[in-house]
Design a protein. Structure first.
Length: 89
């Protein structure tokens, strides 16, 4: 049995399993660290979260489907890592 969380990403609610949440949070934290530019950083993070939400909605069949680690990895692969870092799956 896996724990699931209800989280808001880019203004949209998603059900996400705990492993996927941790992976996504680490990914977003890497961007936060790379974009420490005040107001611009906020805009960059909002845009990134909005794009992640778009991709989740594109790949999920319904809003009741759970975001899992495979989907998070797929989205990260599509968006890429900050400054061309290699994803350490």
């Amino acid at each position: 049995m896996k724990k699931v969380l209800n989280v808001g990403i880019g203004g949209t609610s998603f059900i996400i399993d705990e492993d996927a949440y941790q992976k996504l949070d680490q990914y977003l934290e890497k961007f936060r660290q790379k974009t420490q530019m005040g107001i611009q950083a906020k805009d960059v993070m909002e845009d990134l979260e909005a794009r992640i939400a778009e991709l989740f909605n594109e790949f999920l069949k319904s809003n009741q489907e759970v975001v899992n680690i495979a989907l998070v990895n797929r989205v990260i692969a599509q968006l890429g890592m900050p400054d061309g870092e290699v994803n350490d799956e």
